[in-house]
Ligand binder design. Structure first.
Ligand SMILES: *Cc1c(COP(=O)(O)O)cnc(C)c1O
Length: 239
């Protein structure tokens, strides 16, 4: 087994960091016996300036994740060819704006929110692909649906014409060791498998894994990893 290449230093360029992340994804796919390209890299660009995002795009990245609808509204029009994912909390009064900006909404966490997304999707003439965010570790303060509510939330979305639930997303509690997060990744995959089986719906996507644990997540079946710091360097300001 190859050792991981050393982490790019603080002075590394976005292009160097991107190459390093893509290599590690490819290696993790290979180790897990998954086909090349099985995992979509969502470059988390919250707080990053437009020039830095354009640099990442020039380095080959075409899928970006943003946490705030307002912030995305300033960036998306500058890079319309990219695929934008909402990965932050979706407030009820921002749904229409979010549906117009984002290709994917990863943070639907209730039947109500899915119904609103559907309504705005119909208005916009599209079917919005969405993930249900799950509070996988049952943390009191965390966003996300409780695992026991997933069957009813999914069932409520089945007849909705403007949204299509494609899978699950989670942000497990942060730990020093990426290995400590593995049980949460396994749990999310098991919830997805059970929900798929019991509902008879193909739920293909599992959005899990961030800069410090995306390789573990890929080993447990992630189809999307959301990576910010490892691509852009440490963030300044909020986020
Ligand atoms: C900020 C953020 C990320 C990226 O975190 P990094 O540790 O910088 O990779 C991923 N997912 C969500 C939901 C985030 O808010």
């Amino acid at each position: 087994m190859n050792a991981s290449p050393p982490t790019p230093g603080e002075g590394a360029t976005i292009r160097e960091r991107t190459g390093w992340v893509l290599d590690r994804i490819a290696e993790a796919e290979r180790r897990a016996g998954r086909p090349p390209g099985a995992v979509k890299l969502v470059a988390v660009s919250k707080t990053q300036s437009l020039p830095r995002i354009l640099e990442a795009h020039a380095a080959g990245l075409s899928v970006f994740g943003e946490n705030y609808v307002q912030e995305a509204a300033e960036k998306v029009p500058a890079l319309p060819g990219a695929e934008w994912h909402l990965i932050g909390k979706l407030q009820g009064n921002k749904v229409r704006r979010a549906v117009s900006l984002f290709a994917w909404i990863q943070t639907a966490d209730s039947a109500t929110r899915l119904a609103e997304i559907s309504r705005c999707g119909v208005e916009a003439g599209k079917v919005v692909p969405a993930l249900i965010e799950v509070n996988v570790a049952a943390e009191g303060s965390k966003a996300g649906a409780s695992p026991e509510d997933l069957p009813s939330i999914l069932a409520s979305s089945a007849p909705l014409p403007g949204v299509r639930v494609e899978g699950l997303m989670a942000i497990p509690p942060w730990t020093e060791s990426p290995e400590a997060t593995r049980p949460h990744f396994i749990r999310l995959r098991e919830l997805r498998d059970l929900l798929s089986r019991e509902s008879g719906t193909a739920l293909r996507e599992l959005s899990m894994g961030m800069s410090h644990d995306f390789e573990v997540a890929i080993g447990e079946g992630a189809t999307m990893v959301r990576v910010g710091t490892a691509i852009f360097g440490s963030r300044r300001g909020r986020g």
